[in-house]
Write a protein that binds this ligand. Structure first.
Ligand code: RBF
Ligand code: MG
Length: 503
């Protein structure tokens, strides 16, 4: 049995919560500090706002006020929350294996419904076992108490009991299996599930339940319930997470999770990348220390397909200047504000994708990437040679500085560059083309369709070892992008359309 947390693990609600929290705190002249964020993560809304109020040094009464003020703002925006990368893939895999899944969330039932409204496949996968969803308003104590995890398991046991009594079809279609805890059927089912709590605790104690969590309070609750825990941290502060032998895996992204660590069949969707031997192992991985200390089974060489791919457009900003000067790897750093809006703070890793650079034709110097303002945006090629399958070679018309237009294979690094312990997250596409000297993208708009995940970010024994790994990533990117599953995205309308409207 596998139990999923929702917020920050399956759904990117973090970005929304952070923006609304900043808004309501801002009115009081207070900023959302890392400590407040960390204290609130994973908790029920009233616990979360109480923690934020306390961390911000506000009066105790501010907690309920902040809750009341934020609730309508969030309610209107839950639909915007996107699935976290790798969540659908994992849920599809578990469904194909017939592994029962449940949800244990701090969110109240009504918010759960709003967050998943319109996300039919995700909702279907999360609720396929008789809607075994335990919500924050169905238990006395929220996380870090174990209650909501125990209730989720009890709901799964109830589903299984019904299946055995009535056969699978009847259990799936049983009346009263709606999710609404308010109607009589829902209330009766909740009572029936509660009656199974002792058996749920037994199953947990026997190690038959794995929980996926992103928040320290959730990890604590899952461990207290006796579950094996897969930690996919939303916070960079490793010290915030309890450690325990019951932590089955600690991965920076669901995309890096290998089901074999729970004794399940591996994924079979990897797009083959480099045929070369694996690069030298990382000495340490600052952004996933626990995972590095406990290496799992060897990772197969290949890229994990992102479905849907991640589409990002933004202006190119100056990075640390390290890329080209120190490493010989000229990355075209994307505007950090675009990155913050597009991908949850916790999303990091090395990816492969397609890129094109878009130039303003009407003499607009590009500036701050206000896509759509000013003159027409014309896709052009970033550099010469090495285009799609080598077809965009010399002689292709257009572009300035002799750089023909086109779409290029790209290796993308997203994260905190643990080798250099950066404080801020960067999105650094390395457009794989033959750069002439002095080619600059600064101020221009880059469009990216990120289609595959290669590996977690890491720190290496030395900078040359990092550079060697980055070159291996580039080879992996070229090889994987030649596969039909990735190659087709070179023609993605997001890249080829001539108008703005990116980010
Ligand atoms: N930086 C790291 O600290 N760890 C990495 O694992 C890492 N992987 C990268 C992979 C690729 C394909 C690229 C283009 C960059 C990577 N970087 C990584 C970022 C690199 O450190 C960065 O480009 C320079 O520090 C310049 O800012
Ligand atoms: Mg969470």
């Amino acid at each position: 049995m596998v139990v999923f947390d929702l917020d920050g693990l399956v759904l990117d609600t973090e970005t929304l919560c952070t923006s609304v929290a900043a808004e309501v705190l801002g009115k009081r002249g207070v900023a959302l500090t890392a400590a407040a964020h960390s204290a609130a993560l994973g908790r029920t809304p009233s616990d979360a706002w109480a923690a934020v109020a306390e961390a911000a040094g506000l009066a105790a009464a501010a907690g309920p006020e902040l809750l009341a003020e934020s609730e309508p703002l969030l309610r209107a925006r839950w639909g915007e929350a996107r699935p976290m990368p790798g969540a659908l893939r994992l849920l599809r895999h578990l469904a194909s294996l017939g592994v029962p899944v449940a949800v244990a969330t701090s969110t109240p039932r009504a918010s759960f419904e709003r967050k998943l409204a319109g996300k039919c496949e995700l909702r279907g996968l999360l609720t396929r076992c008789g809607a075994s969803v335990a919500c924050g308003d169905e238990v006395e104590r929220g996380k870090p108490a174990p209650d909501v995890f125990e209730l989720a398991v009890a709901k799964l046991l109830l589903w299984r009991q019904r299946q055995q009594q009535q056969g699978p079809e009847a259990a799936a279609a049983a009346p009263g299996e709606g999710d609404d805890g308010d109607d009589d059927g829902g209330a009766r089912r909740l009572a029936e599930a509660r009656a199974l709590l002792p058996r749920a605790r037994e199953a947990l104690a026997q190690g038959r339940v794995a929980v996926f969590e992103d928040a320290p309070s959730g990890v604590e609750g899952a461990l207290a319930a006796g579950a094996r825990v897969v930690v996919v941290p939303s916070l960079r502060d490793r010290g915030a997470y309890p450690s325990s032998p019951s932590v089955a895996a600690d991965v920076p992204s669901l995309l890096a999770f290998d089901p074999r660590c729970l004794g399940l069949a591996p994924f079979d969707d990897l797009v083959p990348s480099s045929s070369l031997p694996s690069p030298p192992p990382a000495a340490a991985a600052a952004d996933d220390g626990a995972a590095a200390a406990r290496p799992g089974p060897p990772r197969p060489r290949g890229a994990v397909p992102l479905d849907p791919p991640i589409r990002i457009a933004g202006s190119v900003v100056r990075g640390f200047g390290r890329g080209s000067r120190e490493l010989g790897i000229p990355t075209a750093n994307v505007d950090p504000d675009v990155l913050i809006a597009a991908l949850a703070e916790a999303v990091t890793g090395v990816y492969v994708g397609w890129a094109c650079v878009v130039t303003r034709r009407d003499g607009e110097p590009g500036g701050d990437g206000e896509g759509g303002s000013g003159g027409a945006l014309v896709p052009r090629l970033a550099a010469s040679g090495g285009g799609v399958g080598g077809e965009e070679g010399p002689g292709h018309p257009g572009g300035r500085d002799g750089l023909p237009p086109g779409v290029y294979p790209t290796a993308v690094s997203c994260g905190y560059n643990p080798q250099f312990a950066n404080a801020a997250r960067t999105l650094e596409p390395w457009v794989l083309a033959d750069y002439g000297p002095g080619v600059e993208f600064y101020g221009e708009e880059i469009r990216l369709v990120i289609v595959g995940y290669l590996r977690p970010e890491a720190a290496f024994v030395s900078v040359p070892a990092l550079v060697e790994q980055i070159h291996a990533d580039a080879r992996d990117a070229r090889r994987a992008l030649a596969d039909a599953r990735f190659a087709r995205f070179a023609g993605d309308a997001f890249l080829t359309a001539g108008t703005g409207g990116g980010a």
